[in-house]
Design a protein around this ligand. Structure first.
Ligand code: NAD
Length: 500
């Protein structure tokens, strides 16, 4: 067995029990078989390891129905502090199942165990606890009114933040449970109920999470999971008249389609979409530190982060040294199966994704970029891609313009601050951007000038639960995390009281 092969013997009992069987949907607190299923495949080999149910119109109807009943019933009647308490219990349960949850996430996605434990389990518990606190802090306003055509009496006005209703959540595979919890936690805090569709590749963690929610005292029907393809199950969910809000994370192309469908039905929507985030290195940055930071900004999670630092702009005076430093990190990375001890980079999620990434590398080279390191896949059946650095990136290249969503860095030199600001903003995306410098005036100017929902200084991809996270331009509308996410799951009701 080579280091590129998964050794399933290393898995704990719970994760091993999830293998070799078919997984149903989770509707109204119960596992539901549909009679149709598809294969879940191991990215290190392409081999099937389990099956998941394919939902259809009847099951999506049943899930939305269950969510509507829970909203009008057991969940809707709970006081805010009871929602908070159950969410806190769920956070504890999630942590107690860390090994199982991180292993099933790793099995489906090929991501490293340290990453799935840290981001999908520990960070998700943190998100649940932060959002739980909001359940008791949703406030309205009170005011004395003066309606001109009601001249007598005492008029008082109140506003309430009501739950928006049933939320249809659709999430990708790159941080499957982590992003599912970004959707579920603020919805629960606001008092909503949820029907969630995971990505077809990574349904198991959401299904198990829904079972843990029941154990935490969150009633049946509050969290429903429908699995299957985006084109069928995702579209059914977006179109369903019982869904009041669509909360989506995924590609810009699918997000655009969902926005059109949701808007036509006057549904609320929140879209967290793709990115092509620039990392900007000024001449006063520390070369060694910045090379490490820039390398992991793109190679972390095998390049499969929406805000991966996929474009690197380095001041010409230190360009060669920084590129060499990033390339040295890339060359030091040994590809290995994610269940192997000490793995630092595993496969990408699928063979389709591997082919797509490699075709962008070929395209970049054909367009005149220079290969610094990587650029190929090892001779192995797994969906591996070498960490890759291409220099000489120019704005017109497809590899610079499009989101590749793999471990491929497009780098270029610049001479002036104005030039790099223009280069960074010359993108249809506006998700994240980082600047490495010690100059405080420059920090202020760059923070003001960058067209992105998140701007990081001397760090990349630092996402705090208290800060809103969302994209500008083609990177989306709305926000996950922070107060903004909870308020986004509410709708305002104004009430007037007349006292004679
Ligand atoms: P994708 O858009 O192909 O799929 C995302 C989800 O949408 C999946 O569950 C999929 O089944 C579903 N879907 C597909 N077609 C659909 C349709 N017509 N109607 C309804 N649902 C449909 O994206 P992906 O390949 O799973 O994920 C990668 C993308 O996600 C990248 O573009 C990445 O940048 C983005 N992403 C964004 C963020 C963010 O917060 N901005 C975070 C993570 C990932």
């Amino acid at each position: 067995m080579s280091r590129l092969d998964n050794d399933f013997g290393l898995l704990g009992d719970a994760a091993r029990a999830a293998m070799g069987r078919s997984h149903g949907l989770h509707v109204d607190g119960r596992a539901v078989e549909t009679g149709r299923s598809y294969a879940l495949t191991d990215p290190t080999s392409g081999a099937e390891f389990a099956r998941a149910a394919e939902a259809g119109p009847a099951e999506v109807d049943a899930a939305v129905d269950a969510a509507r009943r829970a909203l009008a019933g057991a969940w809707g009647r709970l006081r805010p502090h009871e929602r908070e308490r159950r969410m806190l219990r769920l956070a504890d349960l999630l942590e107690a199942h860390e090994r199982e949850m991180s292993e099933i996430e790793t099995l489906c996605s090929g991501r490293l165990l340290g990453n799935t434990a840290g981001v999908d389990v520990q960070y998700s518990a943190h998100v649940l606890r932060y959002m739980a606190g909001w359940a008791t802090k949703l406030e309205g306003q009170t005011m004395r009114l003066s309606v001109p055509y009601i001249p007598d009496g005492d008029l008082r006005g109140y506003t309430f933040r009501e739950p928006v209703g049933v939320v249809g959540a659709i999430v990708p595979w790159n941080v499957a449970l982590g992003i599912a919890v970004w959707k579920i936690a603020p919805a629960l805090a606001a008092g909503c109920t949820i029907v969630l569709k995971p990505a077809p590749q990574t349904p198991l963690s959401a299904l198990r999470f829904a079972e843990l929610a029941l154990e935490a005292g969150i009633p049946e029907g509050v969290i429903n999971i429908v699995t299957g393809s985006g084109a069928e199950v995702g579209e059914l969910l977006v179109a369903h008249p019982g869904v009041a809000m669509v909360s989506f994370t995924g590609s810009t192309e699918v997000g655009r389609k969902i926005a059109g469908q949701a808007a036509a039905q006057f549904k609320k929507y929140s879209l967290e979409l793709g990115g092509k985030s620039p990392v900007i290195v000024m001449e006063d940055a520390d070369v060694d530190q910045v090379a490490q930071a820039a390398a992991w900004a793109i190679f972390g999670n095998h390049g499969q982060n929406c805000c991966a630092g996929s474009r690197l702009y380095v001041h010409r005076s230190i360009h060669d040294a920084v590129i060499e430093g990033v390339a040295a990190v890339a060359r030091s990375i040994e590809l290995s199966a994610p269940l192997q001890d000490g793995a630092v980079m595993g496969p990408v999620v699928s063979h389709a994704q591997q082919r797509r990434i490699l075709s962008y590398v070929e395209g970049g080279l054909a367009d005149g970029a220079r290969l610094v390191t990587g650029g190929a896949a090892p001779d192995h059946p797994g969906a591996y891609v070498q960490p890759t650095v291409l220099d000489g990136a120019r704005p017109g290249m497809a590899a610079v313009r499009d989101e590749i969503f793999g471990p491929v860095l497009m780098a270029a030199a610049f001479d002036t601050e104005q030039e790099v600001l223009a280069l960074a903003n010359q993108s249809r995306f506006g998700l994240g951007a980082s600047v490495f410098t010690r100059d405080t005036d420059r920090i202020r100017r760059m923070t003001d000038g960058l067209e992105a929902g998140s701007v990081w200084i001397n760090v990349h991809n630092a996402l705090d639960v208290a800060l809103p996270f969302g994209g500008w331009k083609d990177s989306g509308v709305g926000n996950d995390l922070g107060e903004a996410a909870v308020l986004g799951h509410t709708r305002l009701k104004a009430s007037v009281q007349y006292h004679a």
